[in-house]
Design a protein around this ligand. Structure first.
Ligand SMILES: Cc1cc2nc3c(=O)[nH]c(=O)nc-3n(C[C@H](O)[C@H](O)[C@H](O)COP(=O)(O)O)c2cc1C
Ligand SMILES: O=C(O)C(=O)c1ccccc1
Length: 381
């Protein structure tokens, strides 16, 4: 029986080749930031209000003029094709079936057009890494043409974080698998060495971009996270010229950067430390959130990700000012366990937990959640 996201995590560990599970779990350096995301969420207190009519509890929100049935979405994660063939298509299907958002990574193993076409009723955002301006420009244009509703520029990967498990496994570019990695793969029921870089059908399609961006050089750059480090605040004007829809920055932690984002006309922020995979000394996402929310002062929506493992964690993020929260690893645990059905099970689990939490708090809508901070101590505010 799988009754919480930890159960799905355990199943994912059993189902996946070791190097894939390590890649998903991977945190930078010593994993302090990853643990802080979890422990700081655990420390938030929400105080119930009693004797309120909770016959009807509404979990829906509105974002950029669209209604979301639930106040969470699926964060962009690269290489979902390692977890399951066509992993992004499966996640997009699970999201669409539950009225939530799916964000597609630049490092997808599927073409962005195919992900959209597989879930035409779904809501999709496109995440952007800029490795080469030409390629980034192509991705943005194709995302616009295919109906992606917002563009999310990830700003916390000027260089890859130090992921030591990946190094030990030989999961890096150039790809030199350790003997143990190769053994885990050849003995795995759904896997073969053909599925790995330098040969693999799924990797051969790596990207998103397809077309020119499918070239070996670009794939290698993407896997090595070799980003264009000359991307700066002024570069946003170039993106603005290519993209008419909402433009978000993902990976904002400093309130001054939040103010700079406002000055540069950004439409939304995602407070995130990349799930603890980049700078290990970064503050937890939940502790950085109220500072950013205060700096933004309601002018644009502020989202968060990092450490959400329970519906109650989503309630905490919303109470501290997030417009919605995003799931990184938990969606992948569901995907690894049972494809689209597994991802859906995780979404439904978190939805049920959130509904119960809101009922316990006496909060009949998400806008009532900040009220639950009253009467509590130690909430980063
Ligand atoms: C396996 C994996 C791959 C990721 N790839 C990307 C990516 O391609 N682009 C991006 O902006 N963030 C990426 N992230 C970060 C997530 O979008 C998100 O910030 C993070 O996973 C949230 O933390 P959580 O896993 O604790 O929920 C990745 C995270 C994981 C776990
Ligand atoms: O691993 C990651 O966190 C990530 O962002 C990424 C970037 C490029 C390729 C694959 C994953």
């Amino acid at each position: 029986m799988r009754i919480n996201t930890e159960d799905f995590r355990r199943q994912a560990r059993k189902s996946l080749p070791r190097f894939v599970f390590d890649y998903i779990e991977g945190a930078a350096d010593d994993g302090h930031c990853l643990r802080r995301n979890l422990s700081d969420l655990a420390a938030v207190e929400l105080t119930p209000r009693i004797l309120r009519d909770t016959t009807a509890v509404d979990t829906s929100i509105e974002v950029f003029g669209r209604k979301w049935a639930l106040p969470f979405g699926i964060a962009p994660t690269g290489l979902n094709g390692l977890v399951r063939p066509r992993g992004d298509g499966l996640l997009a299907t699970a999201a669409a079936r539950n009225g939530i958002l799916f964000a597609l990574s630049t490092a997808s193993n599927m073409r962005l057009e195919d992900v959209r076409a597989g879930a035409p009723d779904g809501m999709h955002w496109m995440q952007l890494y800029v490795m080469h301006r030409d390629m980034a420009g192509q991705i943005v244009e194709r995302a616009a043409r295919s109906g992606y509703e917002a563009l999310v520029l990830t700003v916390d990967v000027p260089v890859s974080g130090n992921r030591e498990p990946d190094l030990r496994n030989g999961f890096r570019m150039p790809f030199k698998p350790t003997a143990k990695l190769a053994w885990d793969v050849v003995t795995h029921p759904r896997w073969s060495m053909r599925m790995l870089p330098n040969g693999a059908p799924d990797f051969a399609n790596l990207t998103t971009a397809g077309g020119d961006a499918g070239s070996a050089n670009v794939q290698a750059a993407l896997l090595a996270r070799a980003m264009d480090r000359s991307v700066v605040w002024d570069t946003l004007a170039w993106l603005r010229g290519l993209w008419r829809g909402p433009l978000l920055l993902k990976g904002v932690l400093h309130p001054d950067d939040a103010r700079l984002a406002l000055d540069h006309g950004v439409d939304g922020l995602i407070v995130s430390n990349h799930g603890g995979r980049q700078n290990d000394a970064s503050p937890s996402a939940i502790s950085a959130l109220p500072r950013v929310v205060a700096a933004i002062d309601g002018r644009i929506p502020v989202f968060m990700d990092g450490g959400i493992r329970r519906g109650g964690d989503i309630a905490k993020a919303l109470a501290l000012g997030a417009s919605a929260a995003f799931l990184g690893r938990p969606a992948l645990y569901g995907l690894a366990t049972d494809g689209a059905e597994g991802a859906e099970a995780v979404i439904k689990l978190l939805a049920a937990e959130l509904l119960r939490t809101m009922t316990l708090l006496g909060a009949t809508s998400v806008s009532a959640l900040p009220g639950a901070l009253e009467g509590a101590s130690g909430n980063f505010t």
